[in-house]
Design a protein. Structure first.
Length: 477
């Protein structure tokens, strides 16, 4: 008898099914898919003019996104229009800056759409959920490490969905504990392990926005040159969390009961298989064809997601799921897409407004020692994150105002290491990021409480180590 693939969908249930949007919006879905295709072709066929098509696809996409927006999210669109008007009033070659901003927004939106295909396929995979239950059910001695490593692997595949999946499974696992003191500490430690595992992949994962956007701003720092030092950054972020968890274990008045985890070590094999099917083609395309790693991701991820759907649903079912994804699942990301795309646009175009006013400070920045600039960059993103600035906005706004890396006396790779380190630090502390908001939802705490109280001491220790690492690498490179 033929055996069923561990990645195949079996016995779908309401818990496994993806959320259904209130209404189908095929026009918006088609526009987002078309934009993603143009963004992908920009890397694989740069002479085709796809980059220009990608940029000009943004206004109709944003019009469709904004049509049903209300409140603060719509405010980002209003700010973008105001920045455009101010740029035009400033004069000069303002259209080039607007086109650059549209290109940035298209890339961010297309990258998000491509990554979401993998998340859509994973949401209905029983193998992925079984793996999450196995990790969440580990005994206290190895639970934090298991969730940190598992959180890293899940984050590569699911992005923010990893926190949602592992967080819900961890809370359900902790709910079996009747002692409120033990339940609180167990929930807290599990959620922190997941959150810190997630942010530890931001500096090195080719599927993270920090790598994609920083790499796009630093073409002289290709992924194959940044991946090893970025892995050191991730090791510092994850390792410091594990060390502090072990050192500062809570003193319990009662001994917790031990529970046998569901499944066995084999539950993680499908996850490892998926990581291999994702990582190997991306790396080979990046090295062999010398295409940007984000270009490889844009091509490989949707194809892998489609193949996964074929395993779950069959060819006909996969076609139906693809249509459902475009028409119903993508529109439900309206708030996230608006925030991310407008952050990229406002940052890129806003830098054009600020450039004439900060040009006089460029010699002062160049006069600063390069290692000092790297250390300041590590803290710039988390500090602005406390003020409500999305890391995408912070980086795209700041970067064009900086002198060239050579003028600052640092290498492009060192600059990449400093920026992505600060991005990870912001993800653990800012009350306005999805990581702290999601963690706070599961913990029943505010995002500010999660970012500053639960992670305050950890952020200071990790930030100090990351600063020393960025400065040391800058001196060495």
């Amino acid at each position: 008898m033929a055996t069923r693939s561990p990645l195949r969908r079996t016995a779908p249930s309401n818990a496994d099914a993806p959320p259904v949007a209130a209404r189908a919006e095929p026009l918006l879905g088609a526009a987002l898919v078309a934009m993603t295709i143009f963004v992908t072709l920009k890397d694989w066929a740069p002479s085709s003019g796809a980059g220009l098509w990608a940029a000009w696809s943004v206004p109709p996409v944003m019009a469709l996104l904004a049509w049903r927006l209300r409140g603060r999210r719509l405010g980002f669109v209003v700010v973008a229009l105001a920045v455009t008007a101010a740029l035009r009033a400033q004069g000069g070659d303002w259209t080039a800056r607007v086109l650059a901003g549209l290109g940035s927004a298209a890339f961010i939106g297309g990258f998000f759409v491509a990554l979401a295909t993998l998340r859509s396929a994973a949401e209905t995979s029983p193998a992925i959920r079984a793996c999450g239950r196995y990790l969440a059910g580990q005994p206290p001695g190895r639970r934090y490490l298991a969730l940190t490593l598992g959180g890293q692997a899940f984050s590569v595949l699911l992005n923010y969905g990893s926190i949602a999946l592992l967080g819900s499974l961890s809370v359900a696992s902790s709910a079996r504990e009747s002692d409120p003191e033990i339940r609180f500490h167990r929930t807290r430690r599990m959620l922190l392990a997941i959150q810190r595992g997630f942010v530890s992949v931001l500096p090195w994962s080719p599927l993270s926005f920090s790598v994609a956007i920083t790499g796009a701003l630093l073409p002289a720092a290709p992924y194959k040159a940044t991946v090893l030092p970025a892995l050191v950054t991730g090791l510092i972020v994850a390792g410091t969390g594990w060390a502090m968890d072990q050192i500062f274990k809570p003193k319990l008045t009662h001994t917790p009961l031990r529970h046998t985890p569901e499944g066995g070590p084999g539950a993680v094999l499908p996850l490892l298989l998926l990581l291999a099917l994702l990582g190997v083609p991306v790396w080979l395309l990046h090295v062999v064809f010398e295409v940007r790693v984000v270009g490889a991701v844009l091509l490989v991820v949707p194809l892998l997601a489609l193949g996964w759907l074929v395993l779950q649903e069959g060819a006909r079912g996969a076609v139906g799921r693809a249509g459902h994804y475009a028409a119903r699942e993508l529109p439900r990301y309206r708030p996230e897409l608006t925030l991310l795309m407008m952050a990229g646009y406002i940052g890129t175009t806003g830098a054009g407004l600020l450039a004439p006013h900060v040009a006089e400070f460029a010699p002062l920045i160049e006069a600063l020692p390069g290692p000092l600039i790297l250390g300041l960059l590590v803290w710039f993103i988390p500090v602005t994150g406390q003020l409500g600035m999305n890391p995408i906005l912070s980086v795209t706004l700041l970067f064009p105002l900086l002198p060239a890396p050579e003028a600052m006396g640092v290498s492009p790779v060192a600059l990449f290491v400093a920026i992505t380190a600060g991005w990870a630090l912001s993800g653990i502390t800012s009350p306005f990021t999805a990581t702290t908001l999601l963690t706070g939802n599961f913990a029943g705490k505010s995002a500010l409480h999660i970012g500053l109280k639960w992670n305050g001491a950890y952020a200071l220790v990790t930030g100090t180590l990351l600063t020393l690492w960025a400065v040391g690498f800058g001196l060495w490179s």
